[in-house]
Design a protein around this ligand. Sequence first.
Ligand code: GLN
Length: 519
Amino acid sequence: MGLNSLTIKEASKKLKKGEITSVELTKACLKRIKDVDGKVKALLTVCEDEALNEAEMADKQRKKGKKGDLLGIPYIAKDNIMTKEVRTTAASKILDNYIAPYDATIIKKLKKAGAVLLGKANLDEFAHGASTENSAYGTTHNPWDLTRVPGGSSGGSAAAVASDMCVFALGTDTGGSIRHPASFCGVVGTKPTYGRASRFGLIAMTSSTDVPGPITKTVEDTAIVLKTIAGQDRNDATTPDKAVPDYLGSFKKSLKGQKIGIPREFFSKGLDKNVKETVEEAIEKIKDLGAEIINISLPHTKYGVAVYYIITPSEISSNLARFDGIRYGHSASTTSPSTFAKASADKPAPLLPLGLARDRRKERGEKDEVKTLMDVYMKSRGEGFGPEAKRRIMLGTYALSAGYFDAYYLQAQKVRTIIIEEFDEVLSQVDCILTPTTSTIAFKIGEQIDDPLAMYLEDIFVTGASLAGLPAISIPAGFAKGMPVGLQLIGQRFGEQTIFNVANTYEQATSWHTKKPKL
Ligand code: GLN
């Protein structure tokens, strides 16, 4: 195994002792990317020269006495996280060749800690999906079986970690997008409490649930990364002034005294038999380690997916409104925006609904030319967005429109409140909740993509924690039919320490996290 297989903890130990340099470690990762990414297709951008420069700088700083667990550690960021002077596409054609003018707060923090950015990972376009098949740049393949999906939407990040292209990666989780692919790829993925890590510089999907988090090879590594990226940020008002604990320093050895709730609704029909058996074995192990297993019920979580798919498209329809062909990325305009602004002011758009006006022009045999500002919007968005983004814009616009707002959006928010209260109530009786992360193992590429409902049901076990803003982690818990199975632990708001402790104790007592795919 090469240096690229190391965990953060192992690599930083070697770096500290002077046994390896960051340049060597970075080169090992870059070589691995060259060797396997042709098959896995996890990355959209590799910044080889910049990474080597950063690694060299990290080595110099270390010589000058700089310290830190992430100094000189190479990582990959999901491509909906803004990276200054490095292409950021959100896997959308509408942001093809978009160069971010500033770093996201979490990237800034990692830079300050001396971590080395290797490249940007593939995702479902704008993080809409659970397979990376919605990417405008092709599907990422699961390193355990290249005919299967890696999960999503942070599928590129999870596949990159699973195949040792990097030491760790960043993802974003809005409704499972870190935990789902972590489970499918057999790595550790954490969705922190909403607000624990800044959203500033993430390309917004659903602002009320978006949160960035680490994808790593071990729970210890997750603790290291979260400690670095978490905390209050003046640029994100949803990050509270709440100290970030030293997670790693407070790891416990035993699970004695821990009450772990098992919600019966998560183990009923719909859960694959092999996944169920694997998770049940994990529960036995956790019991052996001293935890008290308590049967609980979360009856309203069954509405989680329905609620999520009203709230999420609603926020998406608003957040994606900014991609208008004028300010960002792809534009159908061949004229300068100011000329359009003037033309539109001089000659207001016809009062016909936009689509109809366009159809009439077509009927009259007029060419599909971009004449007005409205044409720029429509054509740029029509060409730039993929089918899933368009579907969500339409669903969200509908749910928010007059007459439907109360029936859909408002109703969904009310049920969301019940789900939040239900979680809070249960979490006042147990330390954390344990569930499978996904209901099946990774499915075959192409198997489900034409069935949006089947795709949305992928999120059945992960949307609850997102809607309630709770921290949740997915860790490797075994294999079913040769594919990784993940188990999810959900904790109290800002209770990352508790779920990390349980996850770490389980991980140390098992060896699932050490298994590697053959590539
Ligand atoms: N599968 C979810 C969706 O498609 C995940 C989204 C996310 O967490 N970014 O909305």
